[in-house]
Design a protein around this ligand. Sequence first.
Ligand SMILES: *Cc1c(COP(=O)(O)O)cnc(C)c1O
Length: 415
Amino acid sequence: MSFTRIQGILHAEQCNLEQVAKQFGTPLYVYSKAAFEKHYLDLHQAFEFIDHQICYAVKSNSNLAVLKVLAKLGAGFDIVTGGELARVLAAGGDPSKIVFSGLGKSEADIQKALEVGIACFNVESYAELDRIEQVASRLNKIAPISLRVNPDVDANTHPYISTGLKENKFGIPSDTVLETYQYANTLPHLKITGIDCHIGSQLTETQPFVDALDRVIAMIEQLKALGITLEHIDLGGGLGVVYQDEVPPTAKEYADSLKPTLEKLGLKVYLEPGRCISANAGVLLTHVDLLKPTNHRNFVIVDAAMNDLIRPSLYQAWMDIQTVSPNDADVKTWDIVGAICETGDFLGKERELALTPNSTLAVFGAGAYGFVMSSNYNTRGRAAEVMVSDDQAYLIRERETIESLWEKEHFLPEE
Ligand SMILES: *Cc1c(COP(=O)(O)O)cnc(C)c1O
């Protein structure tokens, strides 16, 4: 495994995280190259039974070094902005393996994607079909498209990361899918190549995926009857990971639950996994700054905060927190909080930990939706990122300097 204890001290591969924290400072994101590779290859191998393309969801962790590691394994990419497209290209990703998701693609982004020749646009509305048609017509190109359909299944996950219910803003509602495809079919610069769904994130059961697939297949059959045939089906991302005591399906269990249906269908399969590749490939290291025991609760103020890692504040996400090295202090119940002026600024509550004023803590599962969601709130520079490979640790993003935070700001002219 990628994060293990050697003589009690937490390591990432063969790198002692106490030393890594000392060398690069904290707060610090540390990723394991081997973990990224393993998570990708596990999924790739699980779907070996069928022609498939894994398109890593860039939004979950978009560092160039991460993208390059995955591109080298043959990964495609699921992007949601022109910014992510540019990142993938900068990291050497193959444009013909890119799918472009998201419900509000700009004209400029569509143009760029057409110019580099991406695999497919996942379209979410009539208005977007019109916009892509216009841009493609202007460039005299044909845009490959699929419709992101909303199968109306409950993913049983946190409401903020559930996307496949009809009250969510995502996808084409199932009762208008056929007419939207028929409309797309009339637009001369669009080529319908597939169908797409993504029902939510951090799913810990296979049943919602199976239900969604069944509903999408019913749509595919109705489309066939209308003379619209497809080349691929995109099942989105959403496979869950272990943060606490969840028991999500393994890559193999996930693939096996879909296998009989997919084999019968015979279309090329696209997948858009993010979290299950990146989450447990990273930890956030943070230093204890101050201990503040009170008669009601014990607070430990650490040098990471909600601006570095917002998942606990935003989704009430539980993330495991451990000391990097053992120590002799008494175990107490601690709330691990940042120094930001918000009550919602915490990394974990009521954790049994032995802490000293010098402890380094590791927050697990921080490789996905960690650094990418960080901000400069309270004029805090964003953390550095390091990737380890075996016994080497490489800086893959420098810590932001304070001065750089107002580099783009301007005074009014003097009166
Ligand atoms: C966020 C997202 C993903 C990735 O979701 P994970 O839960 O990280 O696997 C895939 N596809 C789309 C369209 C998304 O919005």
